[in-house]
Ligand binder design. Structure first.
Ligand code: HEC
Length: 147
């Protein structure tokens, strides 16, 4: 009886050893992921641009602002692993304090605009959206567009 219990606990121990460990993302995945986040920002910002120019329905403004704020809220984490490449300049990591400050401000300002859309409506949100979209300011310093 005792031996059966021992065997069973040995098996349990072995089973623990075989718990699959999630594969760690390799460097290409890290770069791809942050690029996907940026592309998502780009599409929603372009949709907002259409709304602002009257080419798409105003009523959708809150959705796009919310999507930008949500994406912005996870963007910094996607740059935490120091993996040079893509269109990132090395300054992303050598000036991390400034880069992360910009990204955090971008996330919190777009979250404020998303909140404004909920409380004051689309027009109020659209009026302050442009000021929160600090895309270019960051790109001028930290992104190297490949031509
Ligand atoms: C705090 C800095 C920062 C902010 C804010 C920011 N970006 Fe970026 N963006 C980057 C960096 C760095 C890259 C280069 C990423 C890479 O390829 O490694 C990038 C890349 C991109 C790319 C290229 C993606 C690709 O396919 O390679 C697009 C498009 C883009 N950003 C759009 C936006 C838009 C639109 C916004 C605002 C709504 C925005 N970004 C806000 C830093 C920022």
């Amino acid at each position: 009886m005792k031996r059966v219990v021992l065997a069973a606990s040995l098996f349990a121990g072995l089973a623990l050893l075989y718990v699959p460990v999630p594969a760690s993302a390799d460097d290409d995945d890290v770069v791809d992921y942050r690029r996907h986040l940026m592309s998502a920002l780009n599409e929603h910002a372009a949709a907002l641009g259409q709304i602002l120019s009257g080419a798409a329905p105003d009523a959708d403004a809150a959705v796009h602002i919310e999507a930008i704020a949500l994406t912005a809220s996870v963007a910094l984490k996607a740059f935490e692993a120091k993996v040079p490449g893509g269109q990132s300049r090395p300054e992303v990591w050598s000036n991390w304090a400034d880069f992360s400050k910009r990204m955090n401000e971008f996330a919190s300002e777009t979250a404020d605009v998303a909140k404004l859309a909920q409380t004051k409506g689309n027009d109020a949100a659209l009026a302050s959206a442009a000021g929160a979209l600090t895309c270019k300011g960051c790109h001028d310093v930290y992104r190297q567009e490949k031509k």
